[in-house]
Ligand binder design. Structure first.
Ligand code: DHB
Ligand code: FE
Length: 276
């Protein structure tokens, strides 16, 4: 386990990369802050990333709403979210590792849905672009872990943290010597619709970033209503970062942080944590 990286997954960031606009004055300050995260990936060379994300009613619509679902496929195609699939490489899965995690979680009494086939939307692909740029193929395999943060009732922060702990037990029990990172994605404060569209809350976001290192027990207890009130309806996505944090031991250090407002209509954050 080499560490956890958490990042927002704003679709407009993916579009800016795909369309070559990252040096534009609007986008440059945001993308300049991604350099150290890309360096970290190049230095740490994960073989596989367990990528915690949410599907935005692309694959799982109101017909089927798994609270937690793990991908066991060997490849995933970028989804068509209405403008055609993003012009990026297919995502290489790691079915054997995905099945191992599924088995370990379920025998550990952490039941999870198994998904053998799915397309992946901006929730998964934008973090890949943020951390890897535009390679011909992605430099690591991906085991997608989808969390329902779209349709109430969504899981609690504490449940997410405990899932992260169970994922770590599964990682440690795998019998191959591979380098694993866990990504938490989504967030930070943002609301996309209604009277409060455009809401951001940098003070709240920064305290959340601080407490990933210093007081994760506080974060585990934050109720849904506080996320929604303080960070906007879609800010609840940030709860997924607690899965990535839970996969690390008690004492962690912050390796890097980048926080920027605005990107499109939202606040964006990125943080890298390693164990002490
Ligand atoms: C937007 C969509 C997202 O899923 C998200 O997490 C942030 C922003 C958007 O449409 O701008
Ligand atoms: Fe989102």
């Amino acid at each position: 386990m080499i560490g956890s990286l958490c990042t927002s997954h704003v679709p407009a960031i993916g579009v800016a990369i795909d369309q070559g606009n990252t040096e534009d004055p609007y986008w440059k300050p945001l993308f300049d802050g991604y350099g150290p995260a890309r360096d970290w990936i190049k230095e740490q060379k994960p073989d596989v990333v367990i990528l915690v994300f949410n599907d935005h009613a692309t694959v799982f619509d109101l017909d089927v709403i798994p609270t937690f679902a793990i991908g066991t496929a060997d490849d995933y195609q970028p989804a068509d979210e209405g403008w055609g699939p993003r012009p990026i490489p297919a995502v290489e899965g790691y079915g054997e590792f995905g099945w191992h995690i599924a088995e370990s979680l379920i025998l550990d009494e952490f039941d999870i849905t198994v998904v053998n086939k799915m397309d992946v939307d901006h929730g998964l692909t934008v973090p890949l672009s943020i951390t890897c740029g535009q390679p011909e193929r992605w430099p690591f395999k991906v085991v997608p872990l989808a969390v329902n943060v779209v349709q109430y009732p969504v899981p609690t922060g504490n449940r997410c943290f405990n899932l992260g702990r169970a994922i770590r037990r599964a990682i440690d029990a795998f019998d191959k010597d591979i380098r694993v990172a866990v990504f938490g994605t989504g967030g930070m404060s943002h609301q996309l619709h209604g009277e409060r569209a455009g809401l951001t809350n940098p003070e709240w976001d920064k305290r959340f970033l601080d407490d990933l290192t210093h007081d994760v027990d506080r974060l585990r207890q934050i109720p849904h209503i506080e996320y929604v009130r303080e960070t906007g309806a879609e800010g609840i996505e940030t709860v997924m970062w607690l899965i990535a944090r839970g996969a690390l031991g008690e004492n962690v250090r912050e390796v890097y942080r980048h926080y920027h407002v605005p990107a499109s209509n939202t606040a964006t954050g990125l943080i890298i944590l390693e164990e002490n």
